[in-house]
Write a new protein. Structure first.
Length: 164
């Protein structure tokens, strides 16, 4: 019997193209944090994981393995954690050119833990009839432990107005 509770897909390498994400794949699938609280189990078969409170997070190099209590679950392509301090830092440009200006890659780092997340913009989902719109919303999710200090470094000109 397969004991996988979840399977988190890696970003598709094919997304690394001018029409979708630019020179490297869009990174939103690499920054998933699912929080489970008060979980109960019933039925004939229960998974080996039976904790009431836990998180399932993306298996992201240089990030997932820096969080305390997280263990790699290869068959899930994810980590399972018992760390209530995990979350997603979500930020976006509020400038008028939010879908035309590229500020990525963006590096979100924590010098104490060694976490280093490399972010790309959201995937282009605009269709202009015969081709994609080639606009990428400057919106970024990054997995973090919500205690500690993080540095957000943009490689393009930072927006004048942002929301975190």
């Amino acid at each position: 019997m397969n004991d996988a509770v979840a399977y988190l897909m890696d970003p598709n390498p094919g997304w690394a193209n001018k029409d979708d994400c630019g020179p490297f794949p869009c990174t939103a699938p690499s920054n998933i944090v699912m929080q489970f609280t008060g979980t109960t189990y019933s039925g004939l078969y229960n998974p080996s994981l039976t904790a009431a409170d836990f998180q399932i997070i993306s298996d992201t190099d240089s990030v997932s393995n820096t969080f305390p209590t997280c263990k790699n679950q290869t068959q899930w392509n994810a980590f399972v954690c018992t760390n209530p301090n995990l979350g997603v830092l979500f930020f976006e440009s509020l400038d008028a050119d939010t879908d035309d200006r590229s500020v990525q890659p963006i590096y979100v780092t924590n010098e104490v833990t060694g976490a280093k997340d490399v972010l790309n913009s959201m995937m282009d989902h605009t269709w202009d009839g015969f081709y994609t719109g080639q606009k990428h919303l400057s919106r970024f999710p990054s997995m973090i432990e919500v205690k500690g200090n993080y540095t957000v470094e943009m490689t393009g000109t930072p927006p004048g107005k942002m929301r975190y």
